[in-house]
Design a protein around this ligand. Sequence first.
Ligand code: HEM
Length: 417
Amino acid sequence: MASKPESKRWHEILHERMRFKTVRDFSHKQLYKRLPPHTGWVHVFGSVALLMFFSQFVTGILLLLYYRPTLKEAHESIQYITGEVPFGWLFRQIHAWGATVMMLAVVLHMVRTYFMASFKRPRELTWALGVLLFVVTLVFGFTGYLLPWNQLSYWATTVGTEVVGAVPFVGEQLKEVVLGAPAVGQETLSRFFVVHVAVLPWIIVLLVAAHLILMRVHNLATLEDVGAEKPFPPESGVPFWPVHMAKEACVAAIILGLLLTLSVFSPWEIGEPADPLKTPEGIKPEWYFLPTYQLLKYFSGPLGKFLGILVSGVPFILLLVWPLLDRTTARHPRKRPVSFWLGMIAIILAVFFGLLGHFSETTMNIGGMRVHFDMYGVPHVLEAEAAAPAGGEAGESEAPHGGPSSQTSGAPASGHG
Ligand code: HEM
C-alpha cells in the first residue's frame, strides 16, 4: 500500500528538479512512434552503423589505455595489448573488424536510401549529413590505419597522402598540413592519432545527432511520390518498439556473433614494425579505398593527376548535391529507371575497380596457369616453366595485402588501429 504513493513522490521530486515527466513522455513518444507500413529489414542498416560506432567507441577507449602514439612505442604497445593485456587481443580484433563492418553498414544504408529515394524533399539535409558521415567514416579508417605503425600502415599512408599532394594548386601545402613534415613520421602519427581519437569522435557524434533528429522529425520516407504522401492510419504503421527494435536486435546479435567469430578465427596480425628504408611490394589500402586507389593509377603526369583527383573527387560532390540534381517526384525504384540504372552502374564500377585494385600486382594459379595481374589489373599468363608446383599455391597472391592473417600470402601482415 505504501509503495505506490512513495514512487509517485519520487516522480514528483525528480520532475520538480529536472522535468522528469517531460523527459519520460518524450522518450515514451519516441519509443512507440509508428514507422511507415513498408518499414522492414532493409531499414536496419542505419542502426547497424550506429551500433558499430558504439562498439568502436568502447573498444577504442579500452585500446587507448595501453596504446602509445610514438614511433618507438606504437608498434610495441600494440604487441603488448595483444600479448599481455587480459582480453586486449579481443578488443583490438573487434576494433579492427568493427571498422570494416561499420563501413559496410554505412555503404548498405546509403545504397538503401538512394534506391528508395529517401533523400527527396523534405529529407535533402538528412541525406547531406549522411554523405558527411560517410566521409567521416572513411577518414576514421584512414587515420586509424597508421596507428599500429607497421610496414603496411606506414607505406599505405605514404601512398595515400601522395594523392593529397596531387590536389590542384594547394596539393603540396595540404600534404604538409596532413603529414606535419615532408614525409610520414612522428608528426604524422601524432596528427593522425589526435584526429582519430579526439577530433572525429566529436564530429561524428554531432553529425549523427543532427541526422537522427531530422530522421525523427520527418519520420521514415514512404515509397509514395513527393507531395502525394498520405498520412498512414496509425494502426497500419510499424511500432518502433517492439516490432522494429526486435528486428534491429536480431541483426545486432548476428553482427556481434560475426564480429566475435572473425576476431577468433581470422585475426588481424600486427605485422612488421614500419621501416621507411624498406618498401614492400604491392602496397594496398583497405577495401573501401581500393576503387579510388585503382582509378588514380590510370592517370599520370601533372595533368593526369589533376584529372585523377577530379574523377575520384567528383563522385563525393555528386553524392552531396544529388537531391538537387534528381528533382523528379517519383520515389519507387520502378518509376525512376534512369536513377536506378545510374545507381547500378556506379555500384558495378566501384566493385569492378575495387576488384582490379585487389588483384593488381598479384600472381595467381588459375586452372593450372600462372597468371600475373599488372598494376592496371591486366592479366598476363606467365611462362609454363615458371608455374608453381601442382597443389602448391593455388589462388595465392604474391603481393602483400591488408587484412586478417587468414589471407594467403607470405606478405608482411597488416594491423589496424
Ligand atoms: C555513421 C553513419 C550513419 C548512421 C549512424 C546513420 C543512422 C541512420 C538511422 C538509424 C536511420 C533510420 C532509418 C534507417 O536505418 O534506414 C537513418 C536514416 C537516414 N539516413 Fe542515415 N546514417 C548514417 C549514414 C548515412 C549516409 C552515409 C547516408 C546517405 C548518404 C544516410 C542517409 C539517410 C537518409 C536519407 C535517411 C532517411 C531514411 C528514410 O527516411 O527512409 N545516412 N540514418
